[in-house]
Design a protein around this ligand. Sequence first.
Ligand code: AMP
Length: 135
Amino acid sequence: MNGCVFCNIIKGEIPCKKIYEDNDFFCFMDIKPISKGHVLVVPKKHCENILDFPTEASKRLVEITKKLATIVVKAVGADGFNVGMNNGKAAGQAVFHAHLHIIPRFDNDGLSSWPGKDVTEEELNFIKDKIVTFL
Ligand code: AMP
């Protein structure tokens, strides 16, 4: 898509540190890594987020993510990793071309996970009941 930074990377018009490519996916180092070895897994065909990512390609996406996460963890000596995806501006998405983040984690690396909130059972029930009405 015109003006999409990831489309331009995939086309070779913007340089990147590529680690893997096949017919459908393109994977490279995040330019501003959250941790050492932070990698992005990007579908070549432009789609904005998980909702318009083709379901039939998801098996391959998971396969590639598992393969790269295993390799990256080994390469950087990580103790674990996060797989993340931001969908929508409110969720922190900055590049509107769907992508997964593989973020290596290290024991006591100081990166905090999202803080959970204490809620009552009534609050949980209320929102659960609302969600399931949309199924
Ligand atoms: P998100 O907030 O999920 O949209 O993440 C976008 C990610 O793309 C951020 O972690 C950026 O650091 C990364 N990024 C943006 N531009 C580039 C680029 N030219 N090369 C590599 N990574 C990039």
